[in-house]
Write a protein of this length. Sequence first.
Length: 310
Amino acid sequence: MVLCFVALIVFGVLGIFSAKYRVLAKEALDCVARTATLRPCQTGFDTRLKGQVVVGVLKVSPGLARVLNKNFQLLSVAFTLLFFASLAYSAFSVYNYVAFGNCNGPDSSAFCVFDAVLGANADASQLKPIAPGVGPTLGNGSAALLEVGCFSCPYTKKTQPALKEFLASHPEVRLEFRVLPIPSHENSDWAAKAAFCADEQNAFWPMHDALFDAQPNHDRENLVALADGLGLDVSAFNACLDSPRVQQRLDADVSAGKAAGIYGTPTFFFGNVTLVGPQSVAAFQDALAGKTPENGATGGACPPPEGVLS
């Protein structure tokens, strides 16, 4: 049955592109169905397929053909297990990409094939700028750098050291932060609300840093603990988390992200330059000078809420 199952997978895929393989896929399916119900394959498909494979190998290496003939069933079982392991790993990678923006996991900066495949369709130049003047600001410079980020996104966190270094050496730049929570990141909405509630007590930026440091532990208990650690009025903070006004503030930022067409966090709007993904100090300096990198992206980015990508 294992041999027929392997053949079903292989010929099923090949049958998408060629009609001659569809006949073989159908025969393999019949073999699998009969074997699964404890009946022999009437067409001898499994025996015929084994013979064809061994004969093909025999033309290249008689020794390998003998080993293959002797252990064909065992090798087919191993192939099937590898297939399912590969399928499971692929599914896990897809989950990681949806949840964390990287197929290797939330804290990985390794190459992810989905970046190469999906990134080709992402173009920062197509985004519509978000007007500054709404979110919390850091600094008093005349040049506005607007960041759209998610406190639960590892890529937003990853860009913070370079961003802080850039801001420290460029007092002419002021930073404005707008939130765009990623629904697949657990408690991302609560983290955004915590930042807004801290802002009501003039502590947005300390909470901003604390949330990234605490990532990904953003459940309500931990958020209250962060507020307490920052010396905030915990009772007022708790009441704020449940208030309609903070939900309205969050909705306004999400709506702005949708209108801009943001396809990942972090996204930066700096004059006429738009950047997506973690950036280097040099990239921010180039943006300040009006230089736009190709596609505006360096590395990965956390995927947006459903319906944001246009």
